[in-house]
Design a protein around this ligand. Structure first.
Ligand SMILES: [Zn+2]
Ligand SMILES: [Zn+2]
Length: 232
């Protein structure tokens, strides 16, 4: 089968329901990020931005960096990046450390590498653990504690990035249950459609946010992790 776009090369990657060749798939993703940058006006010339990412997202983070620096090659960005190790076996604990560290940064424009399959799997995971705190960051942009978050791939699953050679394999976190769900959802939802549409189901999780880390909380002002850290 040939790519539905160029009709020349073999179709290998499904992007937004279209079977494309690797090159057209890459172009589609770059176009998507270019559109997101222009619609949100996230970046200005000479901005200080930081791309901060969990270790298991290193190749995606590199890809995001390359694409953004290419799109904004004349913006003279002060572009920093930081890798954070996710080494506990509980994703919520590592996400909590991750976001509390972000709150301490000087930069107020933050780029995160999370992809749609991560958010969807985390949502399923959190139904069973009943801690869905960090769904609060789902979305293309959000603002918390004067920090502006930009998540260019929030509705793009890893599989749609297969046109880029640097993206190899699957997401592999340190949380065994989350990994199982990631694997299962990547098999179950192979047409990628759900990754573009599950946003609406997230409304039921919407809640107040912890004043420190921004996680959704059920009551009071702080999440359990922040409360626990006060007592140390
Ligand atoms: Zn093509
Ligand atoms: Zn908190």
């Amino acid at each position: 089968m040939l790519c539905v776009k160029c009709n020349r090369n073999p179709a290998e990657v499904s992007v937004s329901g279209k079977l494309l060749c690797k090159q057209c798939a890459r172009n589609e993703i770059i176009k998507r990020i270019r559109r997101e940058l222009s619609e949100t006006r996230f970046l200005n010339r000479e901005d200080k931005v930081i791309l901060i990412y969990p270790d298991f997202y290193e190749n995606v983070a590199n890809l995001i960096k390359n694409i953004i620096l290419k799109i904004c090659k004349d913006c003279k960005l002060d572009f920093e990046e930081t890798k954070v190790e996710f080494k506990s076996m509980e994703i919520n604990y590592d996400l909590w450390r991750f976001f509390t560290n972000i709150m301490k940064l000087d930069a107020n424009k933050i780029i995160l590498p999370f992809t749609a399959d991560f958010f969807l799997s985390y949502m399923i995971y959190s139904i069973s653990t009943s801690n869905y705190g960090f769904l609060s960051y789902y979305g293309l942009t959000s603002i918390f504690n004067q920090k502006i978050f930009f998540i260019p791939l929030y509705n793009t699953p890893l599989k749609e990035l297969k046109g880029f050679n640097e993206i190899t394999g699957e997401l592999n976190t340190n949380d065994p249950l989350l990994n199982e769900i990631l694997k299962w959802s990547s098999m179950e939802f192979s047409d990628n459609e759900i990754f573009h549409t599950f946003e609406n189901s997230l409304i039921v999780f919407k809640n107040n946010r912890c004043k420190i880390c921004g996680a959704y909380i059920k009551s009071a002002e702080y999440c359990e992790y922040c409360l626990r850290s006060f007592s140390h």
